[in-house]
Design a protein around this ligand. Structure first.
Ligand SMILES: *Cc1c(COP(=O)(O)O)cnc(C)c1O
Length: 227
């Protein structure tokens, strides 16, 4: 049996080396372990190696895991498409939502997030490659939507997220991440205090680091191929 703890630690080392190469501080690049479809026992191996941030894309599957792993001090990130009827659970169980692309969903989360909890950290998902089947706002919608979210006090706009088309060429990977970086810089220029660029997965995380990612969302490189 393959040792997930070991694979995880090796990945973390590769990320640290990549950060050095691009003059990034390793603590400014947070690894989020994407645990969707993975068994509790596998997740516990990663926790044992020191990981605390996990991401899921199905609400019920996530709740089962969050409940089962309550004894650990974990932070949970939602990265999937959001159906309206799932917002109460998301508002209750998660600390981060990376996949906001509609005001209506944000308004529901605003209403449903308990005032006894800290504001929900959110990122806007951007559809960088203009893929019709994919979630995310068009690049030109980022600024108007971001401005509307600032009024929602139970939410805290942290930044931008994207899932670009899979590309194998490193320079092409960098080019598309540079677009997200530009949109992020534009928001900051407008005085919107974002600090999070959620980009980079198993096949493109090093390009994402080179372009300024602050959160990598990685599943397969930690847990192995998904079924
Ligand atoms: C599944 C998923 C990931 C992780 O993908 P890997 O290729 O397994 O690293 C990252 N982000 C989102 C939004 C995902 O759905």
């Amino acid at each position: 049996m393959k040792n997930i703890s070991e694979t995880f630690s090796q990945l973390q080392q590769q990320i640290d080396i990549c950060c050095q190469r691009h003059s990034r501080q390793a603590r400014q690049v947070r690894l989020i372990a994407v645990s969707k479809t993975r068994a509790i026992a596998d997740i516990e191996q990663v926790i044992a190696a020191g990981q605390r941030h996990f991401a899921e894309n199905q609400v019920q599957e996530a709740i089962d895991k969050i409940e089962a792993l309550r004894r650990y001090p974990l932070t949970w990130h939602f990265i999937g498409q959001i159906q309206s009827n799932k917002t109460p659970s998301i508002a209750r169980y998660f600390q981060w939502v990376h996949s906001i692309d509609r005001l209506k969903i944000a308004q529901r989360l605003q209403q449903q997030r308990s005032v006894h909890l800290p504001p929900l950290n959110i990122c806007l998902q951007v559809n960088l490659d203009n893929e019709p089947q994919k979630a995310g706002v068009a690049p030109e919608q980022v600024l108007p939507l971001a401005k509307q979210l600032l009024d929602l006090k139970q939410l805290r706009l942290r930044g931008l997220m994207a899932v670009p088309k899979a590309r194998t060429d490193y320079q092409q990977q960098r080019q598309v991440f540079a677009k997200l970086r530009q949109l992020f810089d534009d928001l900051r220029q407008q005085g919107i205090a974002v600090d999070t660029l959620s980009m980079g997965m198993t096949n493109d995380w090093s390009a994402a680091i080179a372009e300024g990612a602050t959160m990598l969302r990685i599943g397969s490189a930690i847990f192995g191929e998904r079924q």
